[in-house]
Design a protein around this ligand. Structure first.
Ligand SMILES: Cc1cc2nc3c(=O)[nH]c(=O)nc-3n(C[C@H](O)[C@H](O)[C@H](O)COP(=O)(O)OP(=O)(O)OC[C@H]3O[C@@H](n4cnc5c(N)ncnc54)[C@H](O)[C@@H]3O)c2cc1C
Length: 402
């Protein structure tokens, strides 16, 4: 099979990319491994999606439906139940109902999203009983499959997914005894701390972690202790929680396995490194969404998906794209995206600071922006006017603490 642009992954980034590429008048094929498009949005039935992009507060499935409606307005070839296994030089190989299928294109947009850090990666000592789930799995159980994970739960990790699941479990009648966070500050957005924990009287244990899980067949007890600045448990601070469910929300990792052996990865986000137009180190490979950097909001994912789709189509039409200038992380910048700047479009910086700061200054080339109350959990989004980037061979992004 031949097409102009292949988009791998039908989440918000992939749908945005496919729509924007189709607007450029090229032939687009969107591939999704699940039986329908929408990605993670399909299981996020809470609201809080779309305020920037659709100027309305929507649930995840509503947001996905809006994009699907636009998708249907274009002549896009959507192939679902197709699991991509390999990308070899503009050819995408995957497993379909009737066997292995190969599709060739002039450019590829990679939008495979992120995966959850699993229990094994956390190296928690103790037994290995049932009742330990990642937050995404519990979310799918409750919101899609109507299954009940347990009766009393503890959540490890105060990122947005952990906070949202603490509330969701409570609403479903599960007693959530607390959320445990090893950092001295919460990992999720301030609005989620208020709406998911404070409004439901769920305690948040900061500078704490799970040091042991106990249980023969089903989880019975979880031992939590305070940690010092080096995240070492402090002796004598142990607290035992009698729970049958432990929900892990220990972070998302960009899913890059299909590209990691031939494309440059972003050392700060661990995702596919791309420029501001979504182009990777391999000129025909573009990327967007959570497989490049884990975003706070789906609205940014959609916008960056559109950008990558548009320029993947322009590349497929044989038009030349500008040279890429490196964008480097400097002082106090833990996560930075994109990693190159091309003059073909604006530069929007997505960054996370390495520590909380009451006041600071974000510096990008010659551009400065005052930051108030910057937190590692909240992504900084900044559009930099092109005139501040002229004359640079490399652009440094740093945050100076005031
Ligand atoms: C629990 C939770 C709560 C959230 N709450 C909010 C919120 O309140 N507000 C907000 O704005 N944002 C929220 N977000 C963030 C937002 O939902 C995500 O940033 C966004 O939906 C990610 O889109 P994506 O397209 O990058 O990835 P995904 O939605 O993960 O899509 C990736 C797609 O690629 C497919 N895929 C992967 N590998 C392959 C392969 N090999 N072959 C074929 N297909 C493949 C997957 O099946 C999937 O459909 C939340 C996220 C989560 C997880």
């Amino acid at each position: 099979m031949k097409t102009d642009v292949i988009v791998i992954g039908g989440g918000a980034a992939g749908m945005g990319a496919a729509i924007a590429a189709a607007k450029e008048g090229v032939k687009v094929t969107l591939i999704e491994r699940e039986e329908k498009t929408g990605g993670i949005l399909n299981q996020c039935i809470h609201n809080g999606f779309g305020l920037h992009y659709f100027k309305e507060e929507l649930t995840g499935p509503e947001y996905a439906e809006r994009l699907k409606k636009i998708l249907r307005e274009y002549d896009i070839d959507i192939i679902t139940d197709f699991m991509v296994k390999e990308i070899k030089d503009k050819k995408v190989v995957g497993v379909f109902h009737d066997g292995v299928k190969e599709i060739e294109a002039s450019s590829v947009v990679f939008t495979t999203g992120a995966r959850e850090r699993p229990f094994g990666a956390l190296m928690i000592p103790g037994d290995r009983p049932s009742g330990i789930f990642t937050a995404g799995v519990v979310q799918k159980f409750i919101n899609i499959e109507n299954r009940f994970p347990g009766k009393r739960a503890l959540v490890l990790g105060s990122g947005d997914i952990g906070l949202i699941m603490a509330r969701r479990l409570t609403l479903e009648g599960v007693k959530v005894v607390g959320v445990v966070e090893r950092m001295p500050y919460p990992g999720g957005l301030a609005r989620n701390i208020r709406q998911c924990l404070e409004d439901f009287d769920i305690p948040l244990y900061l500078s704490s972690t799970v040091i042991e899980v106990r249980g023969k067949e089903r989880l019975e007890e979880v031992v939590v202790a305070k940690v010092d600045e080096k995240f070492k448990p402090v002796l004598g601070t142990e607290k035992i929680f009698k729970v049958d469910t432990l929900v892990l929300s220990a972070g998302l990792l960009p899913m890059v396995i299909l590209v990691s052996d031939f494309a440059v990865l972003n050392s700060t986000s661990k995702g596919l490194a791309t420029s501001n137009i979504g182009q990777s180190s391999v000129e025909w490979l573009f990327g967007a969404g959570n497989c490049t950097v884990v975003y706070d909001l789906v609205d940014y994912v959609t916008v960056e998906g559109e950008r990558a789709g548009k320029f993947a189509a322009i590349y497929a039409k044989g038009e030349k794209l500008s040279e890429k200038i490196p964008v480097d992380p400097g002082e106090n910048v833990r996560v930075l995206h994109p990693r190159w700047y091309s003059k073909d479009d604006d530069l929007t910086i997505y960054a996370r600071v390495s520590k909380p700061m009451e006041k600071g200054k974000l510096l990008v080339g010659n551009y400065e922006k005052t930051l108030l109350n910057a937190k590692p959990s909240e992504m900084i989004v900044l559009k930099v006017p092109a005139r501040y980037l002229e004359g640079f061979e490399r652009i440094r992004v740093s945050v100076k603490e005031a």
